[in-house]
Write a protein that binds this ligand. Structure first.
Ligand code: NAP
Ligand code: G4F
Length: 407
């Protein structure tokens, strides 16, 4: 027989309920109950997943977003009404705005995810990219130093900082120009940085600033050197989402013609796919020979949290350790709608508009340090990532088609 106990709000509760509540209190949720986290870039891909994770763990989360003329809450609609979540407008490149939010909220943890995050855009907007991606970071480091020196800080560094560099064994760093990348090539915390874009140069400056504030002022500041991570919430201008969204749109168009997606149903010219009734623009891409180490964003935000739970701040590579070319991503994605490797060539064109003045050809991270020290691991494979993104975009197209029918 369970004895009767009273919960903190005066309700009667059984021993089982009491034990369950006690266990809950002793888990992450309970331990973090009084913790306050600031998350910049909360309306972005990573910011939205991270805020969700922190709320689940019991944090009070202050999400920071920049001012926009229209609300862009698609990624945060699942938790925007959570009583432990609040939203504030902060421009990270404006020191006054950053100082004020840190001074007022006295956060325990700050996750700085805000950035002009598109590499190609950074060639067109190098000054703006540096304002946000470098000055924005210094603003937070200064704010912490002045107003909350014991706050823990996470900076979103990137594998783009490696640029051309790969290691091929423990003792040698090489520039891979003219050499073939092979399965032995990788980047780790020890690899030399050689950024290839204004985006990467701005991020590398911040990466060094974090280290300087950590060593110089003793701040608990860590950088995650994250390799590419994607998801159903990925921005539509990044290559993976561009491909999955195009495939979903094409599938929906083909179905509306009463056809399945097999190539024999269509005629092709350079830019269009024709059915008997209408045309669909081909997928336009740049360098499909680049290799990336792609993981799922949900796994990667967990690494950010783990870094700030360590007694000693440090920098960590976060990656799957597996690399695929953009073309390989396409093969897997098109296969999902039964378009074979041999047929893909009819469905896309190479467009110089999507090439960059300088490219990062090969990324493959070695996550050993994060696995060993943080106990971090990935749960979503490359194939699952491709399928999850496609399923989500295909479902969105179905909903759109239904709404069109009803309107
Ligand atoms: P994302 O989806 O582009 O999100 C970036 C966020 O920053 C958005 O919420 C954006 O606001 C906000 N932002 C941009 N400029 C701002 C400004 N001036 N002031 C305040 N907020 C601003 O990028 P993500 O993929 O989530 O990446 C998160 C962070 O990790 C970024 O710093 C990125 O550079 C870095 N990173 C990403 C990857 C990756 O593969 N995803 C890998 C390594 C590092 P809006 O919503 O209004 O646009
Ligand atoms: O999807 P992407 O634009 O991502 P990129 O440049 O690797 O940058 C992403 O990952 C970085 C981490 O390594 C982050 F720091 C950064 O914020 C961002 O999240 O391009 C991937 C590859 C590139 O080699 C690009 O040249 O795909 C190639 N690509 C080919 N056609 C294309 C396209 N990229 C885009 N965006 N659009 C194309 O049409």
């Amino acid at each position: 027989m369970n004895s009767i106990r009273f919960s903190f709000d005066g309700r009667q509760e059984s021993e089982d309920e009491y034990q369950a509540r006690k266990k809950h209190r002793e888990t992450d949720y309970g331990q973090n109950f009084n913790k306050r986290a600031l998350v910049t870039g909360v309306t972005g891909q990573d910011g939205s997943y991270l805020a969700e994770l922190l709320l689940k763990k019991g944090y009070k989360v202050i999400g920071l977003k920049r001012r926009t003329s229209t609300e862009n809450y698609q990624r945060i609609e699942g938790f925007v009404d959570n009583p432990r979540f609040s939203l504030e407008e902060v421009e990270v490149a404006d020191s006054g705005s950053v100082y004020s939010v840190v001074e007022r909220h006295q956060p325990d943890e700050i996750y700085n995810l805000a950035a002009q995050s598109h590499v190609k855009t950074s060639f067109d907007q190098p000054c703006y990219t540096t304002q946000v991606n470098t000055i924005g970071v210094i603003n937070f480091l200064e704010a912490i130093r002045r107003f909350k020196p014991n706050a823990r800080f996470y900076q979103a560094s990137t594998s783009e900082m490696f640029g051309k560099r790969v290691d091929v064994n423990e003792s040698m760093t090489v520039t891979p120009e003219g050499t073939d990348f092979n399965s032995e090539s990788f980047q780790s915390e020890e690899t030399v940085f050689e950024p290839q874009s204004p985006y990467a140069a701005a991020k590398l400056a911040s990466h060094h600033m974090v280290r300087i504030y950590r060593e110089g002022y003793g701040l608990h500041a860590s950088c995650g050197i994250l390799f590419n991570h994607e998801s159903e919430r990925r921005g539509e201008k990044f290559v993976t989402r561009k491909i999955t969204k195009w495939i979903a749109g094409f599938k929906s168009w083909a179905e509306a013609q009463g056809l399945d997606t097999e190539a024999r149903h269509f005629e092709f010219d350079r830019d269009y796919i024709h059915s008997r009734r209408s045309s669909y623009p081909k997928l336009r891409l740049g360098n499909i020979e680049a290799f990336r180490d792609w993981g799922h964003a949900e796994d990667y935000v967990n690494a950010m949290w783990l870094m700030l739970q360590q007694n000693i701040p440090d920098d960590y590579v976060i990656a799957t350790g597996e690399t695929h070319s953009v073309y390989d991503f396409m093969i897997h994605a098109f296969d999902y709608i039964d378009i074979s490797k041999e047929e893909i060539k009819d469905f896309f064109v190479i467009d110089s508009e999507f090439y960059r003045p300088a490219e990062v050809e090969f990324l493959k991270g070695d996550p050993t340090k994060a696995q060993t020290i943080l106990g971090w691991e990935t749960n979503v494979s490359f194939e699952q990532l491709v399928h999850r993104m496609l399923e989500s975009d295909i479902n969105a197209e179905k909903t759109k088609a239904k709404e069109k029918l009803l309107s």
